[in-house]
Design a protein around this ligand. Structure first.
Ligand code: ADE
Ligand code: ZN
Length: 345
């Protein structure tokens, strides 16, 4: 099953580029930029990755970002993720970035965007990996900050495929950003939002009703509300679920308690993603594997998750169909090689 997951063509729809910042690269860039990290070694930094909740994690996530100063830093960060994703047979990635986490430190929006973009172009050329960039507003900042961030984004519309919402959820409901999301949609951006990670099912409803999002990032807490689940199924709203993140941030106590299989069973359009893989102990295939083992997912369920990942993407219908055809071929080839192995034994 591990080999089956490894070779499975898949899309990743929920990964924060700043959350792919591996400690080794962080120390390299800190050295290059003459910035002292408050840890004496890579080991000491890794030892700090023991989180009780989202807030705990975000403190380290924002601290880590501080060593990213120059365009080349953003390029190197993004390139490292793309190379890693390609080894997991990710064929398409929709990547979040948090410009406000950088502009508030005095790094220009263009420095961030140009560095990331250069790596994405290189990824298309050298790895055959297609990508889209989703700009996330930090929900713990005022809506006016998000408005200013959107103004900056409008000067680079061709490179930004969508708008999202992340950072501290509880106390920062989607309603706080109704105005800026309306303007983003008016400008033609498809929207997504983190909702129901730590916040209540009501935040998932607000994200749908007020922000009019096309996908919900996480969405675990939607399961507390049966009417909401029925609506998500009826409307085919995808959920970008992140199992290792849920475990490391204690949204779910143990892998065997994860609701992924139950979500599939209810007919929700769930996908599997890595969120902040450098902090949560694994990339996308590790997320598939931990769920397959703990929940005894079948090959058909694994293929459904990968199929959902392409369907839920912002790719054109034609591009989705091309990915889905390759996925079907892969699943069929695995089935027939399984059958011939069974026949021989
Ligand atoms: N920013 C980076 N990772 C996040 C997560 N899992 N939830 C909210 N904001 C985030
Ligand atoms: Zn996230």
């Amino acid at each position: 099953m591990k080999a089956f997951i490894a070779g499975l063509p898949k899309a990743e729809l929920h990964v924060h580029i700043e959350g792919t910042f591996e400690p080794e690269l962080m120390f390299d860039l800190a050295g290059r930029n003459g910035i002292a990290l408050p840890y004496e070694s890579i080991g000491a930094l890794k030892a700090a990755y023991d989180f009780s909740n989202l807030e705990d994690f975000l403190a380290l996530y924002y601290q880590g970002m501080k060593v990213l100063l120059h365009e080349q830093d953003f390029h190197d960060l993004t390139w490292a993720y793309l190379e890693r994703a390609r080894t997991d047979n990710v064929r398409h990635a929709e990547i979040f970035f948090d410009p406000q986490g950088h502009t508030r430190r005095g790094v220009a929006f263009e420095t961030v965007l140009n560095g990331i973009w250069r790596a994405l172009e290189r990824g298309r050329r050298e790895l055959g990996l297609t990508t889209k960039l989703i700009l996330c507003f930090l929900r713990d900042l005022p809506e006016e900050d998000a408005e200013r961030c959107l103004d900056m984004a409008l000067a680079h519309k061709a490179r930004i495929a969508g708008i999202g919402l992340d950072s501290t959820e509880v106390g920062n409901p989607p309603a706080k950003f109704e105005g800026v999301f309306a303007r983003a949609r008016h400008e033609g951006f498809p929207c997504v939002a983190h909702a129901g990670e730590e916040g209540p099912a009501a935040y998932v409803r607000e994200a749908l009703d007020l922000l009019k999002v096309a996908r919900i990032d996480h969405g675990n807490r939607a399961l507390d509300d049966t009417d909401l689940v029925a609506r998500l199924v009826r409307e085919g709203v995808p959920l970008t679920v992140c199992p290792l993140s849920n475990l490391r941030l204690r949204v779910v106590a143990e892998a065997k308690d994860h609701p992924l299989k139950a979500m599939l069973g209810k007919g929700l359009a769930v996908t599997v993603n890595s969120d902040d893989p450098a902090y949560f102990g694994g990339y996308i295939n590790d997320n598939y594997e931990v769920m397959q083992e703990a929940l005894d997912l079948s090959r058909e369920e694994i293929v459904t998750l990968a199929r959902n990942s392409f369907e839920a993407s912002f790719l054109s219908r034609a591009k989705k169909d091309a990915h889905l055809a390759r996925l079907n071929d892969y699943a069929l080839a695995a089935k027939s090689s399984n059958r011939s192995t069974a026949a021989r034994s």
